[in-house]
Ligand binder design. Structure first.
Ligand code: SAM
Length: 284
């Protein structure tokens, strides 16, 4: 059923057609571009039909599904819509103009979902054998964070821990860069004090990456205990006290004139080295 009342009250479980940018529901959704609004509502936006369907499949709670007129009659869009209605969510059929405005893109995806954000509690993390966690100190760049979450997913890491004031994993830019991995990689957060406390009782080998690390990253022990790869901030690197609390301080040898690797690149190098013995090509 489609309800064409453009300014009517929000009625979960129905399909609403919206063409006006001034619609209050659209204004609320656009407000999710601001971190404090995402935190207040506990929700975030993810774009793309496949990504939305995968998220629904893996049990993420959808609050609102938005699709453009181009999606009308498409079986997979209808599947996403009926699952949203079944979950008590709201379905919005909107004009291209509205979708462009919501996603801030000239050529938006046909489908957008507003999902409930999920944080993993840091102190509930009890790393097991062969697990690798990535801990990021004050990561600032949403593209870096999204890329790291995606890479952690690809390398089979168990999750990402954000230390201190970091960029928001649920911002549109970060979610975009994760390419869907925001729905598969647990993300925890804590202050430096909380991380250090957790780390002491976690039974892990914390491998800190540092430009002054004395050990070649290929020589570190990634096998005897679960591993936490500790990565520094884009500008400042790891603070000395955090680096000192790690079991090992490693460096990725470099040639050429670059001072350092980009944070996401360095994390990728570390992840695939730390998990090298666990990653095999399926040649069947
Ligand atoms: N100016 C910063 C510094 O002095 O550390 C550079 C930070 S670098 C862009 C961001 C992070 O990537 C570093 O804190 C470290 O975790 C990692 N990283 C980059 N290049 C690295 C290398 N060659 N060896 C070890 N870690 C590296």
């Amino acid at each position: 059923m489609t309800d064409r009342d453009d300014n009517g009250p929000r009625r979960p479980g129905q399909v609403k057609e919206i063409t006006s940018l001034a619609n209050p529901i659209i204004k609320d959704i656009k407000a999710l571009s601001v971190k404090k609004n995402r935190e207040a509502s506990g929700t975030f936006m993810a774009e793309g039909l496949k990504l939305v369907l995968d998220a629904l499949e893996s049990g993420w709670r959808i609050e609102t599904l938005i699709y453009s007129k181009a999606g009308i009659g498409k079986p997979l869009v209808e599947k996403a819509a009926s699952r949203t209605v079944a979950a008590g969510g709201l379905v919005l059929e909107v004009s291209e103009k509205v979708l462009s405005s919501v996603t801030r893109r000239d050529n938006p995806q046909m489908v957008v979902g507003i999902f409930e954000a999920r944080w993993q509690n840091l102190f509930d993390i009890k790393p097991k054998a062969n697990e690798t966690w990535v801990a990021l100190d004050r990561v600032r760049d949403p593209g870096n964070l999204g890329t790291i979450i995606r890479t952690a997913d690809a390398a089979g890491a168990s999750g990402v821990i954000l230390i201190g004031e970091t960029t928001d994993p649920f911002s549109l830019e970060t979610v975009r860069a994760t390419m869907g991995s925001i729905f598969t990689v647990p993300v925890a957060r804590g202050t430096q004090y909380e991380f250090t406390k957790w780390q002491k009782s976690s039974g892990t080998n914390v491998v800190a990456t540092h430009l002054k690390g004395a050990i070649d990253y290929r020589k570190a022990d990634y096998r005897s205990k679960p591993v936490v790869l500790l990565m520094g901030n884009e500008q400042a690197g790891l603070p000395d006290d955090l680096a000192a609390s790690a079991g090992t301080k490693v460096r990725i040898p470099q040639q050429g004139k670059a001072d350092s690797l980009n944070l996401a690149c360095a994390t990728a190098v570390m992840l695939f080295e730390a998990r090298r013995h666990l990653l095999t090509l399926d040649l069947a």
